[in-house]
Design a protein. Structure first.
Length: 569
């Protein structure tokens, strides 16, 4: 196949510079097989002896950029003042100077325009891009900065300000109003945001306070702090979300509106939960990015068949749609996406949420306040008197809420909510345990969608192979197919942060009611039998859907099996 337009520009530029002869250019362009940009670079480096510097200069001229050599650049304390180090590490870019209202930014790719746009938003200046070799940028960002995790200056200041002998050390050595603690709290949140973190865990241990980030569903340690810093850091974060800093014996919940505490253009809220642990108070913060919009339903990972069935359910005039799965399985995003699809001026939509994670235009949303008696049940009662067409309830937690939800579904409303169960069929048993009569469940339930989030294998460095033995058997038994699939590269690549995985995709188990299922629910049959009936009716289990994602090259069989267990029936 002929070279792409950009590859042709590069080859022509090398010919113009006298680095390639006409015959060599003809040899490259006449190659019968398709060649990627990375493969072309290797070919030019190896076969045609083009040096890395010559290649960089040619690329820069071909793409109308100036070349830049990071090895000659010296990083100082002010380098990352306007553009945080963690943002630069995540996007492989380096701020190398300012010229009036312009930021000079060295980048590894000429085609990722979004990096310069984000950098412009962060620093408030227009960006001029310079082209540099990725290996040199990585060396500057990761090797030269290996002694600085982005927190060392703050932690060092804490140690200087509050270094005392162990015998004199008390929890009052560091206070929540001290400047380093304020900086540290902000830095942790900013760093987590730029790293793509969903949850920040602050955990007191016997001798340290550990800060961990959950990225793409996997926790990783980010920072170790002296044990004496813990109470002040927690207190500072409590002040930011208006919690009682004197109450350390009971769990508390709050919310941080972060733009009130930073000058950077980071518009996020954090859902905060504290808990008394054996070595002190711990805290978990869920990042809610208000700049992100809800995704359309097709972008959530639904298979074509499941998407068609789900869309049919959310367009019903009345009934109950339930989503189940653990915390962080993508339930809220699916609910918001469903509301976004059916939202129109002709439909009245009311939501009762704890907390309100995203604000939806044209939808009336209510924040729960259990301290004053505003619960899901009381909100539901109020909504039934407000002429709604669609009601979203954040979670069905108790018999009272479940009873009113079923009543709403039976009286001409479409009710959408979540429930904590492992899979779709066990939802029926959960509602029965809450005291809901089986005939009420069967007559109100439209569908149950169980879901999980599974890590996507990196498209850049994934490795194709033919499954054998146990892996082949799992694929054959679950989806009746076996063929080439992908696995993650051991050390990954620059695109996926050396993990082999980048991003996540949803897997779904959609149980839509039919006559046979309604009859089984009324008879009170066991969960295993309900699952068999649902699968006869066309339901794909979580395990089957995860392996279909493996078949499509979206993830790996290791990730599929570790996310959901193999079906027993």
């Amino acid at each position: 196949m002929p070279l792409g337009k950009l590859q042709s520009q590069l080859v022509q530029q090398l010919q113009t510079q006298g680095r390639l002869t006409y015959e060599q250019v003809d040899t490259i362009t006449r190659r019968p097989d398709e060649i990627s940009g990375e493969e072309l670079d290797k070919l030019l480096n190896g076969t045609f002896a083009i040096t890395s510097i010559q290649l960089l200069v040619a690329k820069a001229r071909a793409y109308n950029l100036a070349p830049f050599f990071p090895s000659r650049f010296r990083i100082t304390k002010t380098t990352f003042e306007r553009l945080p180090l963690d943002f630069c590490k995540q996007n492989i870019c380096l701020p190398v100077g300012f010229a009036g209202d312009f930021l000079l930014l060295a980048v590894a790719s000429a085609f990722e325009i979004s990096v310069s746009q984000k950098a412009s938003e962060l620093c408030g200046k227009r960006v001029v891009r310079l082209l540099a070799r990725e290996s040199e940028l990585r060396e500057k960002l990761f090797v030269d900065q290996s002694s600085s995790s982005g927190f060392d200056d703050v932690v060092s200041q804490i140690d200087v300000d509050f270094a005392v002998e162990e015998k004199d050390s008390t929890s009052d050595d560091v206070t929540e109003e001290s400047a380093p603690i304020v900086q540290l709290a902000n830095r942790i949140i900013e760093d987590a945001y730029f790293s793509g973190t969903s949850d920040i865990h602050i955990e007191p241990w016997e001798k340290n306070v550990i800060v961990r980030y959950r990225i793409d569903g996997v926790c990783q340690e980010k920072l170790r702090l002296p044990q004496k810093v813990g109470p002040a850091l927690i207190a500072r974060l409590k002040i930011m979300c208006n919690l009682d800093i004197a109450e350390r014996r009971l769990p508390q919940d709050g919310r941080i509106v972060f733009k009130q505490y930073t000058k950077k253009s980071i518009d996020i809220d954090l859902r905060v939960s504290t808990a008394p642990l054996n070595y002190g108070e711990g805290m978990v913060m869920r990042i809610l990015d208000k700049q992100k919009s809800t995704l359309p339903l097709p972008a959530l990972g639904f298979s074509d068949a499941n998407l068609e069935k789900y869309r049919e359910c959310i367009r019903q005039p009345y009934g109950m749609i339930l989503h189940c799965g653990p915390t962080g399985s993508g339930k809220s995003m699916t609910l918001y996406s469903a509301l976004g699809e059916i939202n129109s001026p002709e439909i009245v939509i009311r939501t009762a949420e704890d907390p309100i994670e995203y604000t939806l235009a044209g939808v009336n949303q209510m924040q729960m306040h259990r301290q004053i008696g505003l619960t899901f049940a009381s909100a539901l009662r109020a909504y039934l008197r407000q002429d709604p067409d669609v009601i979203l309830v954040g979670e069905i937690r108790d018999k009272e809420t479940a009873g009113i939800a079923v009543e709403a579904a039976l009286t001409g409303h479409l009710l959408i909510s979540t429930l904590h169960t492992n899979d779709a069929p066990s939802t029926v048993a959960r509602l029965t345990d809450m005291g809901i009569e089986p005939f009420m469940i069967s007559s109100s339930l439209l569908c149950v969608c169980a879901q999980r989030l599974m890590r996507r294998v990196c498209k850049t460095c994934r490795v194709q192979y033919e499954p054998e033995g146990r892996e082949k058997d799992i694929l054959q038994n679950a989806i009746g197919w076996s063929g080439p699939i992908y696995k993650a590269k051991v050390k990954g690549c620059s695109k996926c942060g050396s993990s082999g995985y980048k991003g996540r995709v949803g897997i779904h188990e959609l149980m839509v009611t039919n006559n046979e299922l309604i009859e089984a629910i009324n008879k009170g049959v066991e969960t295993a039998e309900i699952k068999k009936i649902a699968m006869r009716g066309g339901m794909k289990s979580l395990h089957q859907d995860s392996l279909l994602k493996v078949k499509d090259g979206l993830s790996t069989i290791e990730e599929a099996v570790s996310t959901v267990p193999v079906d027993l029936i």
